[in-house]
Design a protein around this ligand. Structure first.
Ligand code: GSH
Length: 200
């Protein structure tokens, strides 16, 4: 059995869990709760960066970070790949994952900063992150319409990013792309892989 070090609220871990379910690998991956903030030791033992998710293979090899884990899980079941093997679709899918993960990076940084003492918070970095999120969500919204393409890794990562914004930063004004994003989100959030990985 492979082990996935994760937490119930980590969006990067959620992406991996959705991939495992979509690939039919749910029963080959044991979920191990590991929260890097209160308890870094368990995470650092397998990832010197001290970050989750980490997938520990049956032979003990740890894999990180989430794009690497997703690609590994995808390779275990070659039928209906979540990342196309070649052609322009491959690079668009990987770019979409990078964009969605980048939204997460900005959003997670905002959430962490908002928990610091007021004197350690920087309004200009919050503003910069907000603008990056708004621009990037705008590009995703244009690319994700219509939402009926294959549920590939680009769509999965996008759904996770949108779900995280709703979970932690629902006050954020997403501007003109909000409606398109809502359409995509309401179409995909019914999937069992999303229902079974809701944060919290
Ligand atoms: N690029 C990484 C990001 C992972 C990440 O930042 N995880 C957070 C939890 S949501 C974490 O473990 N942070 C602990 C830390 O940065 O010290 C991935 O895609 O896996």
């Amino acid at each position: 059995m492979m082990k996935l070090l994760q937490s119930a609220t980590s969006p990067y871990a959620r992406k991996v869990r959705i991939v495992a379910i979509e690939k039919g690998l749910g029963d080959r991956v044991e979920l191990v709760t590991a929260n890097p903030w209160p308890d870094p030791a368990a995470v650092v033992a397998v990832n010197p960066l001290g970050r989750i998710p980490v997938l520990v293979l049956e032979d003990g090899t740890p894999l990180y970070d989430s794009p690497v884990i997703c690609e590994y899980l995808d390779s275990l079941v070659p039928a209906s790949p979540l990342i196309p093997y070649d052609g322009p679709g491959r690079w668009l899918t990987l770019r979409r994952q990078a964009l969605a993960d980048g939204i997460l990076d900005a959003a997670v940084a905002m959430v962490l900063e908002s928990r610091r003492p007021a004197a350690e918070q920087s309004p200009s970095s919050q503003e910069r992150a907000t603008l990056a999120i708004r621009r990037s969500v705008g590009v995703l919204a244009a690319e994700l319409r219509p939402a009926d393409g294959p549920f590939d890794l680009g769509q999965i990562a996008s759904a996770v990013a949108i779900g995280y914004l709703e979970f932690r930063l629902s006050h954020l004004d997403l501007g003109t792309s909000a409606a398109a994003i809502r359409d995509f989100w309401s179409a995909v959030k019914k999937r069992p892989s999303l229902q079974n990985t809701q944060p919290g």
